[in-house]
Design a protein around this ligand. Structure first.
Ligand SMILES: *[C@@H]1O[C@H](CO)[C@@H](O)[C@H](O)[C@H]1NC(C)=O
Ligand SMILES: *[C@@H]1O[C@H](CO)[C@@H](O)[C@H](O)[C@H]1NC(C)=O
Length: 491
């Protein structure tokens, strides 16, 4: 696989990690601080309250661990709210399980018990002066809809619009901050591309482009519905949360610089360009590359679908902010993929890897690269005309889950400091949400990779939560809205 050894040595010398000096300073007034979770990862209560089966309930059927109980937040939500209060944050980002609202995904009437659960949670948050930030879709599609093709069925744009309507109608009097989709890249690429996430469909370079297309169409429909029928009266904001790592060119040769740009256009521009750019369409480089390769591969037309004029109009500008989940940087080099290889990764013609000098974490895909936070925020600022940005997730895993979590202390200090530096560079960052409130079900890693600010003892049936050391540093940054000399050491 290319001249990997030489690349790594080169990378380590050119881009080796060094602790750069941290900056003292405050975040802008009104900066939003929060913590985040998602329904399938924490709720449990998988067959309670009239809930239907989701694709994750089905996908994990034969696994050793699953989200049937998880952190049991379905019953312990009041305790969770107190953890949030104790962190001194003002916002809590959680997701609604579509299957609690419509057990079969669609229907004439909502499931009242599901509405009641979220009403109770929202009311408990409001009583404690915590603003709810609600994600409508964090990967737990109703299984009944997957049986009709799920995100591959074009009708899903309307199914999602109707589910969004039920949420706006029932919760919009109190919820003023909506996120339509969480990480559509992961839904498409891992769910319908390489097939390692539910629903486990393999169709990289083919099905995943269709899933992504329908995710974008569905997002736009929900955004326009809110804008048309709810925004004036309810006065909230609504947007999308994307994700992508930051590509660092292997060296400063033009082919590698171009490869890094191409990589982020394929990962982030894929979803961001239709929404945040002037042309309301996929990035030009994606359209060209996929069309060219599709032709050479004998396809009658490009594997990348096309939007109608109407869809482009709906998509363009369909987000009140740029939500971004940010975790890591990686090295990128130019690489000519084999034309016989049909996949989204092959379409990029890049080669990516981690620099061996970077700290590792509890997740194989995750390295500690705080400087990359500043870089990607500046890239988003420049590429999409300075949008309002919320970091809707950022955090780190370990396997130990110990309370004296020095790695997480380092992570939050350095990553949040790089958000601060990006604001000083002029990026319009409006808020930051730590992932995650507590250890939880980390998808196909089960309970082995722990991202929590609080630990949860999953072998104790009472599932007790305990604050880790990192809560103290995070909370101190939140309380002072920045890094204040004498309060938070920057060395
Ligand atoms: C932070 O939270 C604690 C626990 O709820 C509370 O006692 C304290 O007053 C809060 N501090 C600030 C500055 O809000
Ligand atoms: C977790 O709970 C189990 C069962 O109650 C207990 O034996 C164990 O000591 C607990 N672990 C920690 C780290 O508290």
């Amino acid at each position: 696989m290319r001249i990997l050894f030489i690349s790594l040595v080169l990378a380590a010398t050119v881009f080796g990690y060094e602790d750069e000096p941290l900056a003292y300073g405050n975040f802008p007034d009104g900066f939003v601080w929060g913590v985040a979770t998602s329904a399938y990862q924490i709720e449990g209560g998988w067959d309670e309250g009239g809930k239907g089966l989701s694709i994750w309930d089905v996908f994990t059927t034969d696994w050793d661990s699953n989200g049937k109980v998880a952190c049991d937040s379905y019953h312990k939500y009041k305790e969770d709210v107190q953890l949030i209060v104790n962190l001194n944050v003002t916002h809590y980002r959680f997701s609604i399980a579509w299957t609690r609202i419509f057990p079969d995904g669609v229907g004439e009437t909502v499931n009242e018990e599901g509405i009641l659960y979220y009403n109770n949670l929202i009311d408990e948050l409001k009583r404690n002066n915590i603003e709810p930030v609600v994600t409508l879709y964090h990967w737990d599609l109703p299984h009944a809809l997957e049986e009709q093709g799920g995100w591959l069925n074009a009708d899903i744009a309307v199914w999602f619009e109707e589910y969004a309507r039920a949420c706006f109608v029932n919760f919009g009097d109190r919820v003023k901050f909506w996120i339509t989709l969480n990480e559509p890249y992961v839904v498409a690429h891992l769910g319908y591309g390489i097939g390692i996430f539910a629903p486990g469909i393999s169709g990289s370079g083919t099905s995943e482009y269709i899933a992504a297309h329908n995710l974008l169409r569905a997002h736009a429909k929900a955004y326009r519905l809110y804008e048309r029928e709810f925004k004036n009266q309810q006065g909230g904001i609504i947007g999308i949360t994307l994700d992508a790592g930051w590509p660092i060119p292997e060296d400063d040769s033009q082919p590698n610089i171009d490869a890094a740009e191409r990589n982020i256009q394929f990962d982030l521009g894929w979803f961001a360009n239709p929404i945040f750019s002037e042309n309301g369409d996929y990035p030009q480089i994606m359209k060209e590359k996929i069309a060219e390769k599709s032709q050479l591969q004998g396809y009658e037309k490009s594997r990348l679908p096309e939007f109608t004029q109407q869809e482009i109009i709906e998509l363009k500008g369909s987000s009140d902010f740029f939500g971004h989940n940010f975790y890591r940087g990686f090295m990128v080099a130019d690489f000519q993929s084999d034309i016989g290889s049909i996949s989204q990764d092959a379409d990029k013609d890049t080669f990516v890897y981690a620099d061996p000098t970077w700290y590792t974490t509890g997740s194989s895909w995750l390295n500690v690269t705080p400087f990359a936070m500043r870089s990607i925020l500046n890239w988003i600022k420049t590429t999409y005309n300075n949008p309002k940005i919320y970091i809707t997730e950022n955090g780190v895993s370990d396997k130990a889950g110990n309370l004296d979590d020095f790695g997480r202390v380092y992570w939050y200090k350095h990553y949040i400091n790089n958000v601060l530096k990006a604001t000083m560079d002029g990026a319009d960052v409006k808020g930051y949400f730590a992932w995650s409130l507590m250890d939880n079900f980390e998808w196909n890693a089960g309970y082995t990779e722990k991202f929590g600010l609080h630990s949860v003892n999953f072998t104790d049936p009472a599932l007790p939560r305990r604050p880790k050391k990192s809560t103290e540093l995070f909370s101190a940054i939140v309380r002072s809205n920045g890094f204040i000399e004498g309060l938070i050491p920057c060395e």
